[in-house]
Design a protein around this ligand. Structure first.
Ligand code: ATP
Ligand code: MG
Length: 426
């Protein structure tokens, strides 16, 4: 290999793979549009303060995963580790609260986190997500969950599992936090070192620790459900009722807390079984406090983000192939110098008629050209050789079933749709 490779934790998405991404992106765009969500594109980097808001509780992302650097103007810049804070910033900055509420947005693109690379965990990865801003209605929480599930189902994923919890609000969460700290106070020595520091900074995150020692200490831990205020409880019950009314099953997981600190009320994760530790394909929830934390007006909002690499891994682990279309309608194979000129004309004519067409450029043998065309997943090969040219004809070969027929060049130039759309073998 040559000297320079892609940085650790990043991946090239090559042709052959990229079609899967496009297929997935098309589904995301179509389903989101079907629910009335519109695309938003925010910068790949932001002022560091947007993610490190100071008043928030400590999170994995802020503590150790951000790609932060000082630019030439001395500003602290961070490559976006997630999409929600940038969307909220844009909503406030462009006063989208002035338009019809709620504002339904979706995004899709790369995120950056300095993590230890492993299966399903990268330093540059891709997410799509939706954010519904300006509504506190539990119907909205349900809707975002449905958007996620619809996309996953359209992709062909099966047996996905929804986990739900409520994180409470500034009224009730502090009481839970205290209850939790009381419970953990005598058990600190049994916790892992990370959780010992979480105890002061963000004790709720201890619930989520995967270490055996911590799991053991948590066996009798108080549950947030018992601490929810009437409003949070009512909200959470409605979300569950709406999901149930649609026949959607879910399980309540009182230990589910999201890594990001801005969540309030509903939180959820979508789990794809059989994927080891990196089995969460999407996570989301309500974040009624985030806009204010970003220095804006109070804006109730809810959304989710899904990891696209993990979705592809989940599809693979379920043995699901995405239905990838043959990419090119035609490959123009040419043998001999005068055939090259005619081939060029034919290729241009095909493209003008809306066909995707490539042509031979290397002067290879016909056999080699057919092999190359097969690798390109071409539907038809148009063969122009000296002999056919002498008869003002070409051969059309259907690469899906191997059928061939000779056709007049004139027809190929003037009305190719009749030749390429019909089934050639019959
Ligand atoms: P995890 O617990 O796996 O670290 P998270 O809670 O940090 O996930 P979120 O911030 O909620 O994840 O991001 C939403 C989704 O993005 C995750 O469910 C996952 O599918 C995906 N994701 C998060 N981090 C990575 C990463 N480093 N590489 C690939 N996908 C990721
Ligand atoms: Mg993480």
């Amino acid at each position: 290999m040559s000297g320079i490779s892609a940085p650790r934790g990043t991946k090239d998405i090559l042709p052959g793979e990229v079609e899967k991404w496009q297929y997935m992106e098309d589904i995301v765009r179509r389903v989101c549009a079907g629910y009335g969500y519109r695309e938003i594109r925010t910068p790949l980097f932001e002022h560091t303060e947007l993610f490190q808001r100071g008043i928030g509780e400590a999170t994995d992302i802020v503590e150790k995963e951000m790609y932060t650097f000082t630019d030439r103007g001395g500003r602290s810049i961070t490559l976006r580790p997630e999409g929600t804070a940038p969307v909220v910033r844009a909503y406030l900055e462009h006063k989208l609260y002035g338009s019809a509420q709620p504002v339904r947005l979706f995004y899709l693109g790369p995120m950056f986190r300095y993590e230890r690379p492993q299966a399903g965990r990268y330093r540059q990865f891709h997410q799509f997500g939706v954010e519904a801003l300006g509504s506190q209605d539990p119907l909205m929480d349900t809707e975002t969950i449905l958007v996620a599930l619809t996309i996953f189902e359209e992709l062909g994923l099966e047996n996905l599992h929804i986990e739900l919890n409520s994180m409470g609000c500034p009224q009730c969460r502090p009481r839970y936090r205290e209850g939790l700290k009381d419970y953990l106070k005598g058990r600190l020595d049994g916790l892992c070192s990370v959780c010992q520091t979480r105890y002061e900074l963000n004790p709720v995150r201890i619930l989520d620790c995967k270490e055996d020692a911590c799991r053991k200490e948590l066996e009798g831990v108080p549950e947030i459900g018992d601490y929810l205020c009437p409003e949070c409880r009512g909200h959470f019950e409605l979300v569950q009722r709406y999901l149930t009314s649609l026949g959607r099953s879910f399980s309540l997981n009182p230990r589910l807390v999201r890594g990001l600190d801005y969540y309030t009320k509903t939180v959820f994760e979508v789990i794809a079984p059989g994927m080891g530790a990196q089995n969460a394909v999407a996570g989301g929830g309500r974040y009624d406090g985030l806009a204010e934390e970003c220095g804006g007006r109070e804006t109730p909002a809810v959304g989710f983000a899904a990891g696209m690499e993990r979705l592809l891994l989940a599809l693979e682990s379920q043995g699901k192939e995405l239905p990838l279309p043959r990419e090119l309608d035609a490959f123009v194979a040419v043998v001999g110098d005068s055939a090259r000129t005619m081939g060029l004309k034919v290729a241009v004519a095909l493209r003008q008629r809306g066909f995707k067409a490539a042509m031979e450029t290397e002067g290879r043998s016909l056999r080699a050209q057919l092999k190359a065309a097969d690798r390109l997943l071409v539907k038809h090969v148009v063969i122009i050789g000296e002999e056919e040219l002498g008869r003002s004809a070409a051969i059309i070969r259907n690469m899906e079933d191997g059928g061939q027929q000779e056709v007049p060049l004139e027809q190929l130039l003037e009305a190719p749709e009749r030749l390429l759309l019909q089934k050639i073998s019959d």
